[in-house]
Design a protein around this ligand. Sequence first.
Ligand code: CA
Length: 551
Amino acid sequence: MTIPYTHHFSTRITPQSEPIPGSKQICNSAGGYCFSVDDWTRLDRFLILGSEGGSYYATERTLTVQNAEAVRRCVAADGPRTVARIAVVSEAGRAPNNDPAVFALALAAGMGDAATRSAALAAVPRVCRTGTHLFGFVQASEGFRGWGRGLKRAVGAWYADREPRELAYQLAKYQQRGGWSHRDLLRLCHVKLTGPANAAAQWAVGKGGLPGLETLATSDPLALLAAFEAANRAATAADIVRLIHEHGLVRECIPTRWLTDATVWDALLEKMPLGAMVRNLATMTRVGLLAPRGDAVERVVAALGDHERLRRSRLHPVSLLVALRTYASGRGVRGAGVWNPVPEVLNALDAAFYAAFAHVEPTRKRWLLALDVSGSMAGSMVAGVPNLSAREASAAMALVTAATEPAHHIIGFTGYGHGANGAATLPISPGHRLDAVTQMVGGLPMGPTDCALPMLYALERELAVDVFVVYTDSETWHGAVHPVQALRQYRERTGIAAKLVVMGMVSNEFTLADPDDAGMLDVVGFDTAVPQLLGQFASQDDLGDRTGLTF
Ligand code: CA
C-alpha cells in the first residue's frame, strides 16, 4: 500500500487552510492562506478605500494603524515617490474621499527625510484644494510634528497663492473643521498678503471690517464677503435670492433659516457645484423645487448629463452611487426627513455613475465578473460610506465593466448557499438601475469564502474566459484548492492563457494574486481608473515566461 504523499503535500492542489508549498503565502484574518500585496499597492488601497468604519475583521483603529504602517514603510523606502503617488491619486479624483490622501501627506511631511518633507509640503496645494482639506492637513500634521518654519510657510503659501476672489470664496465657504478655522491658521502662519487679499484675511481673523456692499463692484473680491455678511442680516427670502444671483453665494453662506425655501434653492441651483447638487437632491425635493416634469428637474438632469462638467467636478462614482441609493430610498439616513424621489433624477444619477469612470474602448475579451458575496463582504464598508457594504459596492463595480465589454458573465459566489457549487449567475445588467442591483446583491444568502469557485465554475461549465475579475477582500479559507491553483488548472485544461484580476474591496494587505505571475493583477475597487487598468491588462498579449503555464 502506498501513502498518498501528494494528497498531503502538493504545489498543484492545496487546501486553502494551508499555504502552497514553497510559495510566499501568508495567513489571512479568516485563517486561510493567500498572498500579500506590496506596500505600494497597499498605499493605493488606503488612498482609495480608506480605513474609516473598519472591516469585517478589523476595527477602524486597527485597520488605520496597519495602513499607516504601510504608508510609513513607503515613506521610508522612497519618500518622494510616496508623495508623488499621494498627489496624483488625490488630484485626479481617483478616491471617493480625500481624507486618506491628506493624512498620508501629513505623515510624509512629518516622518520623511528632508527631501520627502519638502516634497510633501510643496504638494500641499495639490492635495489640499479646499479650506476643509487644509484644516484636515494641519490637524493630522499635529500628530507628527510641531509648527516649524516649513509648515508655516506651506500654509502661508496656500493663502498667498490664491487669486483674491478665490481666497474670498474659500474664506466664506469653508469656515472651520475639526477645531481649526482660517482665523487660527492665518494667525499661526504670519503670511504677508497685500491689497484685497490682505483685506479679506484681516476680515477672516476678525481685525478688519468690510466696505458697505453697495459701495463695492460685484467683481470686487470683497463683495463676496460683504454679501455673506448681508445674508446674515437679510429680512426676506427675496433678499437672499438677490444676494445669491448678484454675488454667487453658495449654500454654506446661507443662514439655515432660509434653507427650507424653494426660491432660495432655485437661486442656489443655478451655479451649484455638481457635488453639492447630488448631496442636496433630497432637500431640493423636500422643499418642492424638484418635482416631476419640472424645470428644475430638467436643469439637474442636464447638469448630470454634461460629461465634461462631470469630469471637471471630480465627482466620484461612489458619491453618485450613494446619492442614488439615498435619494431612491425616499428617506434620510440620519433623520426623519422623507421625500418622493423624482424618476428622471434617479435615471440621471444612474447614468452619471458610469460616466464618472474614465471612458475606455471595449477589449472584446471574454470576461467572468465574479462577486464574493460571502459574509465578510457584507460586514465591510467602502470608503467609510454608511449603508454601503463591500458586496453591494462590488455589484456596481462589476456593472461598470459589463457596460463596456459585450462578452461578460456575472456570477456571485460563496462557500454554499446558492447553486450546487456555491457559484451562480446573477440576474443583473447595466440595464437595471444600480439601487435595485445593489439591493438585490445585498439580500443574497451568505456563507463561507472560497475564491477558487469562479475558476472551478468556468471549468465545470466549460466557459471560455480570458479574464477573471474577482471582487473580494481576499479573506478566502474554505476551499480544497487555492484560487491560483484553480486558475492554473483552468489554463492547462482549456489552453487559454486566462488572466486574473483581484479587485480589492477592503483596504487590507491580502490578495489572491500571485505577485510572481504576470497574468495576475491587483486593482483597487472604486479607483476611477479601473476601466483603463483592466483594459490595458486584458489587452497585453505577451505574458512572458511567468504565466504559470510552465511548471
Ligand atoms: Ca468572506
